[in-house]
Write a protein that binds this ligand. Structure first.
Ligand SMILES: [Zn+2]
Length: 174
């Protein structure tokens, strides 16, 4: 999602309603635009349904929550249109590690406290069945080297478990 500036502003002001409203409006825009895109496949790395996790963690005021959930409901988007929902689930340790790696070029956006990450993770994990009843899950805790991530696993010297990921993607029948 292209909301870098808004996210930085959010982390500076901690104005959760502002950022959730901006994100809802962005999803509305995307969902309206999709039918006009000239492509065969659309991959969304999250949808407005995922916003519920963030709202539950970031917003305490019930009226504000109700307002945002109503905004989300107004987005005309049917999960039936989606071919596959893939829940990519790292361990918490891997999630923290990725966050630390990103901190090398530190921006306000990247200063998530671990408690926040952990709460979002739990919220996601506890509600995935309700939000996306037909999802398939992959645990992405097995590291892939540069070559394997580029489908050049014949050059791999780290003995990555490339097969694990290939079997998963084959099982999707895409
Ligand atoms: Zn490798």
């Amino acid at each position: 999602m292209q909301l870098q500036r808004e996210l930085e502003l959010f982390w500076e002001t901690k104005n959760a309603l502002f950022i959730q409203k901006v994100i809802t409006d962005k999803f509305k825009q995307i969902v309206r635009a999709i039918p006009n895109w000239k492509c065969d496949v659309v991959i969304l790395d999250r949808t407005h349904f995922d916003q519920k996790y963030f709202i539950n963690v970031l917003i305490q005021d019930e009226n504000t929550k109700t307002y945002l959930f109503e905004e989300i409901k107004q987005i005309e988007f049917d999960l039936e249109q989606i071919y596959k929902v893939i829940y990519v689930r790292p361990s918490k340790e891997i999630m923290y590690q990725h966050q630390k790696e990103r901190r090398e070029n530190i921006r306000p956006l990247e200063k998530y406290p671990e408690k926040y990450l952990s709460d979002i993770y739990d919220e996601h994990d506890n509600n995935i069945e309700a939000v996306y009843p037909n999802h398939v899950k992959i645990e992405n805790n097995k590291p892939l080297c540069y070559f394997c991530s580029q489908y050049q696993n014949h050059k791999c010297v780290d003995s990555c478990d490339f097969k694990y990921y290939m079997e998963f993607f084959d099982s999707l029948n895409i």
